[in-house]
Ligand binder design. Structure first.
Ligand SMILES: Cc1cc2nc3c(=O)[nH]c(=O)nc-3n(C[C@H](O)[C@H](O)[C@H](O)COP(=O)(O)OP(=O)(O)OC[C@H]3O[C@@H](n4cnc5c(N)ncnc54)[C@H](O)[C@@H]3O)c2cc1C
Length: 268
């Protein structure tokens, strides 16, 4: 019987508080920031592992990036993923979201027999949120964004997902295979399983595919396949925080506070 197969797309990003943009090149200065797993991708893998907890499923991590990603993303194996595929080649470098999604989609083709692709909501560095939709488009599969809950049909051919919208939620029933992005903080990612850790960190083989291992057109990958141009960079204005020192007894301070906050009060 076909084993249900979930691919989780995960990325490594510079730590948010250490990200700087080089004003000359207009590129992110990644050299001077420490790296971590893109935090929303921890929610993505947790959703996949919860499905695995309930049924016989295989969970694979898929990433496109430099060799540095390997050691960092092994944490996903220690959490419970079974395989890790890394698409890594200088030919993939400089990719915008179009080229990134094309390359990831061709990686998914090569993995084969994939039922469900789960991505994070957005990355902490690029933060376009375009990658899940782009992968779905290249594969020709349906997609649902910002899912918070998943339920598979008994025969594993349909996935019902809940999706938050302002003031409520929607329920989508989607024929598989399909691509989902998950709402950030929609679950509590588990810790590494310490029994799996020695295998995950040292023994597990990571499958690294280069340009020649997947079927891609050279015009659609890397810088060549990236029509996006960063044409300028502007500093966003930040508002200075207001500070009021209130004096008096507690009752008078409470009254002053209520008066200051009154203009911000809105009735639902
Ligand atoms: C002109 C241009 C040049 C660029 N050059 C480079 C470069 O040289 N090096 C570089 O690292 N980046 C580069 N980027 C950034 C690169 O395009 C993005 O990192 C990438 O396309 C992902 O987009 P995003 O960060 O907006 O992801 P989002 O769409 O915000 O991410 C959503 C989800 O998609 C998945 N995902 C995103 N990216 C990956 C990935 N690589 N592997 C697996 N899953 C993923 C994750 O689950 C993530 O949570 C460039 C961007 C532009 C516009």
């Amino acid at each position: 019987m076909h084993e249900f197969h979930i691919v989780v797309c995960m990325k490594v990003v510079p730590k948010a508080e250490e990200i700087r943009v080089d004003p000359e090149s207009l590129l992110l200065d990644r050299e001077n920031a420490r790296s971590e797993i893109n935090p929303p991708d921890m929610n993505a893998i947790e959703h996949a592992l919860r499905i695995k907890d309930q049924c016989r499923a295989r969970v694979s991590i898929l990433s496109m990036g430099p060799p540095l990603f390997e050691s960092i993303l092994r944490v996903g194996l220690a959490m419970g993923a079974d395989d890790f595929y890394l698409l890594s080649d200088r030919a993939f470098a400089g990719a915008d979201t179009l080229a990134t999604t094309y390359t990831l989609a061709r990686g998914i083709d090569k993995i084969g027999d994939v039922d469900l692709v789960i991505c994070g909501e957005e990355s902490a560095d690029g933060a376009t949120g375009q990658v899940p939709a782009g992968i779905a488009e290249w594969l020709g599969w349906p997609q649902v964004t910002l899912a918070t809950e998943f339920q598979l049909s008994d025969d594993y051919t349909v996935c019902t997902a809940r999706r938050e919208i302002p003031g409520g939620y929607e329920v989508h029933r989607v024929k598989l295979p399909a691509v989902f992005s998950v709402k950030t903080a929609s679950n509590e990612p588990r810790f590494m399983d310490f029994d799996r850790k020695p295998w995950a960190m040292e023994e597990a083989g990571v499958i690294v595919w280069s340009r020649s291992d997947i079927e891609v057109e050279d015009d659609l990958i890397g810088l060549k396949g990236s029509p996006t141009i960063v044409s300028g960079l502007e500093q966003a204005e930040t508002r200075a925080r207001q500070q009021h020192m209130l004096e008096g007894d507690p009752e008078s301070i409470a009254a002053q506070l209520a008066e200051i906050l009154a203009p911000f009060h809105t009735r639902n």
